[in-house]
Write a protein that binds this ligand. Structure first.
Ligand SMILES: NC(=O)c1ccc[n+]([C@@H]2O[C@H](COP(=O)([O-])OP(=O)(O)OC[C@H]3O[C@@H](n4cnc5c(N)ncnc54)[C@H](OP(=O)(O)O)[C@@H]3O)[C@@H](O)[C@H]2O)c1
Length: 324
């Protein structure tokens, strides 16, 4: 069985390039998906407290450790949720994640978003006065949270990183602490190449993990897997459209974490195909003059009334990220 290509993080840790995403994988689906994935060669799983399915992932891990894999052969990433950014909450939530997964340590722990929520009110607390808004904690800074991440014991977390951070957010935490995140997990696909952020991360040796590589479509755009140019390349290479999109991220050196709960897709998404320079450029051209970011929390329900990315959709947001 092939286990796919292995990349190396700045810490020296080996990272299997293709991982399984688990966001929106429903209860009763994700346990099965994780078991199928591991039995078919996946060694990298992308998880998070907010996906509210880590118990089920834990049940699947029990089925495959140690009969199919040893714990140390897996690369488990999970993420600190917004409602645990306060320094006193960070290790507590990590402990909860470890308990849900039934493991002693994570390979990578990420700050999920550069946004803090009020703790102790559930994962997405509603705003007390303005109905329909997530309740932000505007006092807590990214630097305070990052310091608490740095202080986590190595016995529980091998590597720390961030997700959805811009250059400004990264600069802020690095200049305040001197500790560079090992990875930044960001939305990345041909319609959102984020070249400046990618170049910055490269200069700091911050690994990029590409999320929503298939363009998980929550906003009514045409699915990337249905784009004619993706279909044309896939047909020519004898590949699936999803494999072609994963290959675009691989060409750029990312780790890529497509999500599926369907057995045949879980299996085929993991099989890497290689793109020629010409095909890579054809795919990249999809994003010339067309910029699509699927994941903007200002569009969420409940809305997060904060500007994160400088997107036009965020123009009316009231708040900014407190970096330091
Ligand atoms: N850090 C963050 O803030 C963040 C944000 C978003 C995502 N993520 C992570 O990244 C992972 C991947 O991103 P994503 O879930 O947003 O989107 P994605 O992996 O790009 O797309 C998932 C969608 O594509 C479908 N799909 C899967 N394989 C397919 C195939 N071969 N052909 C056609 N459709 C296919 C899936 O449906 P089926 O399940 O029915 O196959 C699902 O609807 C997430 O699961 C999560 O782990 C992180």
């Amino acid at each position: 069985m092939s286990f796919g290509k292995i990349l190396t993080l700045s810490s020296g840790a080996p990272l299997p390039q293709i991982g399984l995403g688990t966001w929106l994988s429903k209860p009763k689906e994700v346990e099965n998906a994780v078991e199928i994935a591991v039995r078919n060669g996946y060694r990298h799983l992308d998880l998070a407290m907010i996906y509210q399915n880590q118990d089920e992932v834990g049940a699947a891990l029990k089925k495959v450790i140690p009969s199919v894999v040893k714990r140390e052969e897996l690369f488990l990433t999970s993420k600190l949720w917004n409602s645990a950014h306060q320094p006193g909450e960070v290790e507590k939530e990590l402990d909860e994640t470890l308990k849900q997964l039934g493991v002693e340590y994570l390979d990578l722990y990420l700050v999920h978003w550069p946004v803090a929520f009020t703790p102790g009110k559930g994962l997405v607390p509603p705003h007390p006065t303005k109905k329909g808004e997530a309740e932000l904690d505007l006092e807590i800074s990214l630097v305070e949270t990052w310091k608490a991440m740095i202080a986590l014991p190595k016995s529980k977390v091998r590597n720390i990183g961030v997700s959805n951070f811009t250059i400004e957010h990264l600069e802020g935490i690095i200049s305040a602490t001197g500790v560079v995140p090992v990875a930044n997990q960001i939305e990345a696909h041909p319609l959102l190449p984020q070249d400046d952020l990618v170049a910055y991360c490269k200069s700091k040796n911050i690994h990029i993990t590409a999320y929503s590589p298939l363009g998980n479509n929550l906003i009514g755009e045409k699915k990337l897997t249905d784009e004619p140019v993706v279909e044309e390349i896939a047909t020519r290479l004898g590949a699936t459209t999803a494999q072609v999109l994963v290959a675009w991220g691989v060409y750029r050196g990312y780790s890529v974490i497509p999500k599926s709960v369907q057995e045949s897709r879980i299996i085929s998404n993991f099989k890497q195909v290689e793109l020629s320079k010409e095909d890579y450029e054809k795919l990249s051209a999809l994003g010339h003059g067309r910029h699509v970011r699927y994941n903007i929390p200002y569009r969420y329900d409940p809305v997060w009334d904060i500007a994160l990315f400088g997107e036009p959709e965020e123009a009316k947001a009231t708040h900014k990220v407190k970096i330091a």
